[in-house]
Design a binder for this molecule. Structure first.
Ligand SMILES: [Zn+2]
Ligand SMILES: [Zn+2]
Length: 98
């Protein structure tokens, strides 16, 4: 099933609830607010329309994460190591020529 609307979870049964819903479609419980599964923040549905106001959580994860621009830290570490190794090597070569 593909839901374009962000999903949140019922405090009573743990079922998925739309951010705009005021009652749980699964257990029928009506709730005054929505609880963020990320940080536990409770708030009104309207507060969650743009994600959790506390931690920025935006519904259930849908497959792949969207943020892939940032490389993992080991890539940077490897790059820095290679660069410094290259610098040291060229320095050694320069010193040997002199
Ligand atoms: Zn429920
Ligand atoms: Zn949150």
């Amino acid at each position: 099933m593909k839901n374009s609307q962000r999903a949140f979870f019922c405090e009573n049964c743990g079922g998925r609830v739309r951010a705009s819903a005021s009652t749980c479609p699964r257990c029928g419980a009506s709730f005054a607010g929505v609880r963020c599964p990320g940080c536990g923040y409770r708030g009104q549905e309207k507060d969650f329309l743009r994600g959790c106001p506390s931690c920025g959580y935006q519904g259930a994860p849908r497959g792949k994460p969207e943020k892939t621009l940032f490389l993992p830290r080991w890539v940077w570490t490897a790059a820095v190591c290679l660069l410094s190794a290259f610098l040291v090597l060229s320095l050694v070569l320069l010193l040997r020529r002199v």
